[in-house]
Write a protein that binds this ligand. Structure first.
Ligand code: GAR
Length: 205
């Protein structure tokens, strides 16, 4: 089995990246994490990746004159890693249509809500304020519509009456760490693919 090559883009802590790295170490996982890139030089996840002996590079936004130049450098770094697939894992920068098109069907993201509920930021506080009893996380293909691409997999957690945004965030994050490796494996095995605005699933017997 040839293991597909995966690059992970982060902006901060990198706990989802670490979960992907750990899962990909298991025998039989259909891919390997070959590189981690960050748009911030101070992203803690870069050190985590290096400690795991994974190539980790910062491509700081402030080193480039504009967004187009920064994205071109990001694309070059991803291509240099030989990645077949890109995982956004807490990458907190909006992408241009050019970047999204470049990796169409080959880039996935994890978002801390049950999309299409609560796209954008501050999802846990918004879920509590909305009074939902179920919250969770979503892995989806990345399209130009922010947090709007075809859904690959979701995990649900309960919202408890005494939850704060922090307590709910911790419960969702634990679910994210289980969900993202499962969703990545589905994509790498070809069990789900993006077809326009839809995710198409194939079951293998
Ligand atoms: C995660 O909860 C992820 O779902 C979220 O940022 C956090 C990153 O944590 N992503 C977004 O909000 C994207 N819009 P991590 O760096 O520890 O993986």
């Amino acid at each position: 089995m040839t293991r597909k090559r995966v690059a992970v883009l982060i902006s901060g802590r990198g706990s989802n990246m670490a979960a992907l790295v750990e899962a990909a170490r298991a025998p039989g996982f259909p891919g390997e994490i070959v590189a981690v890139m960050s748009d911030r030089a101070d992203a803690a996840g870069l050190e985590t990746a290096r400690a795991e002996r994974i190539a980790a590079v910062a491509v700081p936004r402030k080193d480039f004159s504009d967004k187009a130049a920064h994205e071109a450098a990001m694309i070059a770094a991803i291509e240099a890693s030989g990645a077949d697939l890109v995982c956004l894992a807490g990458y907190m920068r909006l992408l241009t249509a050019g970047f999204v098109d470049h990796f169409a069907g080959r880039m996935i993201n994890i978002h801390p809500s049950l999309l299409p509920l609560f796209p954008g930021l501050d999802t846990h506080r918004r879920a509590i304020e909305a009074g939902v009893r179920i919250h969770g996380a979503t892995v989806h293909f990345v399209t130009f519509e922010m947090d709007g691409g075809p859904i690959i997999a979701q995990a649900a957690v309960p919202v408890e009456p005494d939850d704060t945004p922090d307590s709910l965030s911790a419960r969702v994050l634990a679910a994210e760490h289980r969900l993202y490796p499962q969703a990545l494996a589905m994509v790498l095995r070809g069990e789900v693919a993006m077809d326009g605005s839809r995710a198409v699933f194939s079951t293998r017997s």
